[in-house]
Ligand binder design. Structure first.
Ligand SMILES: [Zn+2]
Length: 111
């Protein structure tokens, strides 16, 4: 049953950065993508457990994870958070909304 578990996902980041490829030893364009893992409960309640940004060299295809100061490459991008808001926050807001409506309904009935 899919009551709870982990889901691995990835989303492309719509941007290219120029970085020195460890294999090519020159500055090459890199495509970026965000790989992340979410932990979910009943599919609806979910939150991001881990995330990392992978840069793939356009020339040789080497994948490197952006860590440390290299993360500055993506912090300057205007694209913002690549992780969809539903994965980032789950439907916690939806649950709260339904709960609020339910309480409002009960109070209205009781009045
Ligand atoms: Zn390369």
């Amino acid at each position: 049953m899919f009551v709870w578990g982990y889901i691995d996902k990835e989303v492309p980041i719509a941007a290219e950065v120029s970085d020195k490829c460890p294999r090519c030893q020159v500055m090459t364009p890199h495509h970026l993508k965000c790989e992340y893992q979410i932990v979910h409960l009943y599919v609806w309640l979910r939150s991001v457990k881990s995330e990392k940004t992978i840069a793939t060299c356009d020339r040789c295809g080497l994948r490197t994870e952006l860590v440390g100061e290299k993360r500055g490459l993506i912090d300057r991008l205007p694209s913002g958070d690549p992780i969809p808001i539903f994965d980032r926050y789950g439907s916690n807001l939806l649950v709260l909304l339904v709960l609020a409506l339910f309480i409002w309904f009960m109070v209205t009935i009781g009045a």
